[in-house]
Ligand binder design. Structure first.
Ligand code: PEP
Ligand code: MN
Length: 445
């Protein structure tokens, strides 16, 4: 697909859903001008390489693990926070690779996830109505008029926070963090917990014997690691994304340089809207979230628009149907898209269709529902002979108490203990590993 510079202006004439009510258009233009002069955060070559990796996902030869915060905060780029996320994703990737027998492509929801779509534009507390929190690139989470006022200069801070996070990521990865020996050491600690299911322990034992074999063969697991890591976020704030879009003379195409993989959310995938037009204009691999109201025709039209050249790896469809809907809603979509012959990677987001409010008022999700949606996703693909290509998760490396259940046994009453998310509830470190083991088991059924 060839894109030209003019293409990525088309979106400007189309309705853009979920954009902040910026108080001053001149200030937005000043920010855009400044961002346009900043260096790219990721390179077109890296985006192309990720597209190749996702082509393997689409063809059934790799599995995608995409995860991170619902909403990143400017203070979350500390070395410790980034290290924790890298560690959790790396541990999950090893378990999933063992279970699936496939290479795992790891993509963080990281270094750019600063814009949030919202169900309601305002929020009311104790008689006071303020704009809803839309991510740190727009406004602050605290319920005060000052914090909630949209400020375009926050987009500059989002750029710098992304750069700082990337810096931490590449530093850790270039130091070899985390290596396979370390990763498995943590997994060994995890499965030593008494509440862990025996089948998880068996799978960990298989990884153990694989490492024993490697050592016997003269390889050192402490020197082995996955050197590839990619970044992703929702392409929501179009001024920000367009300002960081650059023409690449090598490929003669435009790339969003704010992250490797950009996705369009469930609330902004209108066929006549600006977000789809923007995604059409960039050469990055792109993804779209599909909720339970998606019709097979909607899915097919999105596929034809976003992958007109039927290029493997270009388009990932992230379904987020809810545990009770997935088995009914997903099959006709997969059938219609498969019949079109356009290759796509199918990925399961088991988080966003399973959110509810706990008695304490916390937005939460049950581990059981999350695992059940993934089970349904696998069952549908198994039935249709298509590849369950990956997972899209809200997850953190910390021991937070935001989702209930799992081996970590967070109860409804525990939610207030460490509820730290800026937006949606995330699986904590142990819940994430527990899920990785559950999903690894699904490849063997
Ligand atoms: C999200 O990923 O945080 C999100 C808002 O998802 P969706 O667009 O699927 O609702
Ligand atoms: Mn979310």
């Amino acid at each position: 697909m060839t894109t030209t510079m003019s293409d990525h202006h088309t979106w400007r004439s189309l309705p853009a859903a979920q954009q902040p009510d910026w108080p001053d258009p001149t200030a937005v233009e000043e920010v855009v001008a400044e961002l346009s002069g900043y260096p790219p955060l990721v390179s077109p070559r890296e985006c192309d390489r990720l597209r190749d990796r996702l082509a393997a996902v689409a063809s059934g030869n790799a599995f995608l693990l995409q995860g991170g915060d619902c909403a990143e905060t400017f203070t979350a780029s500390s070395a410790e926070a980034v290290r924790g996320k890298l560690r959790t994703l790396a541990q999950m990737a090893v378990v999933l690779a063992r279970g699936s027998g496939l290479p795992v492509v790891t993509v963080g929801r990281i270094a750019g996830q600063y814009g949030k779509p919202r169900s309601r534009p305002t929020e009311t507390q104790d008689g006071l109505t303020l704009p809803a929190y839309r991510g740190e690139a727009v406004n602050g989470a605290a319920f005060t008029p000052a914090d909630r006022a949209p400020d375009p200069r926050r987009m500059l801070r989002a750029y710098h926070a992304s750069a700082a996070t990337l810096d931490q990521l590449w530093r850790l990865i270039s130091q070899g963090y985390p290596n396979l020996g370390q990763v498995h050491g943590w997994t060994r600690e995890f499965v030593a917990r008494p509440e862990i299911a025996d089948r998880h322990r068996r799978l960990a034992g298989e990884i153990e014997s694989a490492l024993t074999f490697l050592r016997a063969y003269g390889a050192n697991p402490d020197e082995l690691r996955s050197a590839e890591f990619y970044t992703s976020h929702e392409a929501l704030l179009l001024h920000y994304e367009a300002a960081l879009t650059r023409f690449d003379p090598r490929t003669r195409a435009a790339y969003a340089t704010s992250g490797h993989l950009l996705w369009i959310g469930e609330r902004t995938r209108q066929l006549d809207g600006a977000h789809v037009a923007f995604a059409e204009s960039i050469r990055n691999p792109v993804a779209v979230k599909l909720g339970p109201a998606t019709t097979p025709d909607d899915a097919l039209t999105l596929v034809e628009r976003l992958n007109p050249d039927a290029e493997p790896g270009r388009l990932t469809l992230i379904t987020r149907m809810g545990a009770d809907r997935i088995r009914d809603v997903l099959p006709p979509l997969v059938e219609k898209v498969t019949a079109s012959g356009v290759p796509v990677a199918w990925v399961c987001d088991p988080m966003h269709g399973n959110t509810f409010t706990a008695p304490s008022g916390h937005k939460t999700r049950r581990f059981r529902d999350v695992a059940d949606e993934v089970t349904g996703f696998f069952a549908v693909h198994h039935m249709l002979g298509t590849h369950p290509g990956g997972l899209h998760l809200e997850v953190t490396g910390e021991d937070v108490t935001e989702c209930v259940g799992g081996c970590a046994a967070v109860s409804m009453a525990d939610l207030g203990k460490r509820y730290e998310t800026a937006c949606d509830p995330r699986l904590n470190h142990n819940q994430a590993l527990d899920l990785a083991f559950e999903v690894a088991g699904l490849f063997r059924e």
